[in-house]
Ligand binder design. Structure first.
Ligand code: NPW
Ligand code: ADP
Ligand code: K
Length: 505
């Protein structure tokens, strides 16, 4: 697990390290510069002839120190100073003076030479507004140079909180990130500008973020083994929970199959599908391991028995938007007492009356994609994209009458985010574009339900479910490539990812 702070959070960690822990700012800067040089060498970036482009803040200070270290190593390093003398930070002024004392060239006009690498130290986490004028010209010029491109901490122009481009942005092949990769280097479009982001230790301890609720975190592949629920030797199917899948209107047996099969594959003990009668035969053939219960019309007492049976409910995949579906959803929201995943048409029906969430007495896990989120919030997709965290907050605050009824919202995208009140937000960085296909979301809903059935706490089951689903996508892409992965391959991919994770533990 690792943190993905934004610029403000990172500046606070810098200040804490300097003022509370007592490591002088120039010591941190020296370690930053040493790590940048070492990382470039590890990555085989040729530093024979470097141009370091420096601004007047501490990001520029890191850049001047890099010019000094490269020169000490016998390389040719020039500096292009893009900042303003009057706004030099104390540390940057000191580093600039050293560089000048050493006789290193500090240009203020674009040099007419060729370099093996251009190093961007114009702006770091202190960037706070759109880039215009001379700074914009400098960054655009850097992008045009035929050299390898390395960014210090974050590419200049990328907002560290949102990944947005502020006016223009440096396009890096490699970004060397101080202490933590910043959130903006992982959210799009920032991710496309950062290239490979490598975090390096400089003396700022990421544990500083451990009790900060506003910081996001993510998982890495080697975390998976310890995240999965354990399987006991002395166990039986009842030990791993009963999942009720309320899915599949007439003709939508596929959604029921994908979600139910995913729940079984991630380890649930028993899966029962409650679906329209038309789907019975198809589902018996597709998934003989599942119990199939069917409806022709709305039957409150049948539903009540099923809800009593279940340890987890998952409602919505291919459910349809008809009257029977709406009645079933309303009944479930009112009466369910175990964790409940709501997906797809369940969310579309819910968006007609979002206040229904206020009467729920169980943990609710909502898994909207952007369009479904737009229906739930009434916000445009562009507005949600602009600030996905605010959109999530809008949904999670609709919690029910007691603490058990908290809402977890999964906003699905190429960077899925999971949020719950009073929890740090989880940002998923695994997965790939082979997953952008019909049925992927059904697999995710089933995966979360299957983990909940194994008694994982709701927020943990949800974050691990999102991550496992994406790891399944990465496994599937390895065997089938970007174009040809089908939703069912994600299920096999998850099986492979789980097996590998347990074997490597
Ligand atoms: N000791 C430490 O703290 C450590 C920090 N470290 C490094 O420092 C970096 C953070 O440094 P930082 O806080 O000085 O901010 P930085 O990104 O250099 O920029 C600030 C300058 O930019 C200016 N400015 C902003 N936006 C602008 C715009 N659109 N257009 C024009 N100007 C704009 C702003 O000007 P102002 O707003 O005052 O006018 C100010 O002058 C961090 O990313 C890491 O690399 C590491 O070495 C570890 C130790
Ligand atoms: N480019 C991508 N990179 C990573 N994950 C993706 C990408 N495209 C889609 N996904 C994932 O695939 C799933 C798609 O879900 P959804 O849109 O509900 O599909 P469907 O409704 O067809 O089942 C989500 O979990 C999403 O995060
Ligand atoms: K930078």
């Amino acid at each position: 697990m690792r943190y993905l702070p934004n610029g403000k959070q990172m500046s606070e960690a810098d200040a804490h390290t300097i003022h509370e822990i007592g490591i002088p700012s120039l010591v941190l800067m020296e370690r930053a510069a040493l790590q940048i040089v070492e990382t470039m060498h590890k990555k085989n970036i040729s530093t024979e002839k470097s141009l370091i482009v420096c601004g007047s803040g501490n990001n520029g200070g890191d850049g001047f120190a890099v010019a000094r270290l490269l020169t000490e190593q016998g390389k040719h390093a020039d500096v292009l100073f893009a900042g303003k003398e009057a706004s030099l930070s104390e540390e940057c002024r000191c580093q600039k003076q050293i560089v000048e004392n050493m006789g290193i060239s500090v240009f203020t006009e674009f040099p007419d030479e060729e370099y093996t690498v251009i190093i961007d130290a114009v702006f770091g986490v202190g960037l706070c507004r759109e880039i215009t004028g001379h700074y914009k010209d400098v960054i655009d010029w850097m992008n045009l140079q035929d050299a390898e491109k390395v960014a210090v901490d974050i590419p200049s122009g990328i907002c560290a909180a949102t990944g947005k481009i502020l006016g223009t942005a440096f396009r890096a092949d490699l970004t060397v990130c101080m202490a933590c990769v910043k959130l903006g280097c992982e959210l799009f479009p920032g991710k496309s500008y950062a290239g490979e982001s490598i975090p390096v230790a400089i003396g700022i301890d990421p544990k500083y973020f451990s009790n900060r609720l506003d910081v996001c975190y993510t998982f890495d592949k080697n975390d998976l083994g310890k995240l999965l629920p354990s399987r006991m030797m002395n166990s039986h199917k009842g030990s791993y929970g009963k999942v009720l899948m309320i899915t599949g209107s007439p003709g939508m047996a596929g959604a029921a199959f994908l979600s139910a099969c995913a729940a079984y594959t991630v380890g649930a003990g028993l899966v029962q599908i409650y679906t329209a009668s038309e789907n019975r035969l198809a589902l018996q053939e597709l998934l003989p391991e599942a119990i199939i219960s069917c409806y022709d019309s709305y039957d409150a007492s049948q539903l009540s028995h099923l809800l009593d049976w279940a340890d987890v409910v998952c409602i919505g995949c291919g459910l349809g938007m008809g009257q029977i579906s709406e009645k079933i959803l309303k009944n479930v929201l009112k009466n369910v007492s175990c964790p409940c995943v709501i997906d797809a048409d369940g969310l579309n029906l819910l968006s007609r009356n979002i206040e229904l969430l206020n009467q729920c007495c169980a943990p609710m896990i909502l898994t909207p994609h952007m369009k479904e989120m737009s229906r739930l919030t009434g916000w445009s997709i562009d507005t949600i994209m602009e600030d996905r965290f605010q959109a999530l907050d809008q949904i999670i605050k609709q919690s029910g009458p007691d603490t058990k009824s908290s809402i977890i919202c999964v906003l699905k995208d190429s960077r899925t985010v999971v949020a719950q009140t009073n929890r740090q937000r989880f940002v998923n960085l695994a997965g790939n574009n082979s997953m952008a296909k019909g049925g992927s979301g059904d697999v995710l809903a089933g995966t979360i339900a299957g983990l909940l059935a194994q008694h994982m706490a709701p927020f943990e089951a949800t974050t691990v479910g999102v991550f496992l689903h994406a790891c399944g996508g990465d496994e599937a892409k390895k065997s089938k490539g970007s174009y040809s992965v089908l939703a069912r391959d994600l299920i096999q991919g998850m099986a492979d990812a789980m097996k590998n994770a347990k074997e490597c533990r």
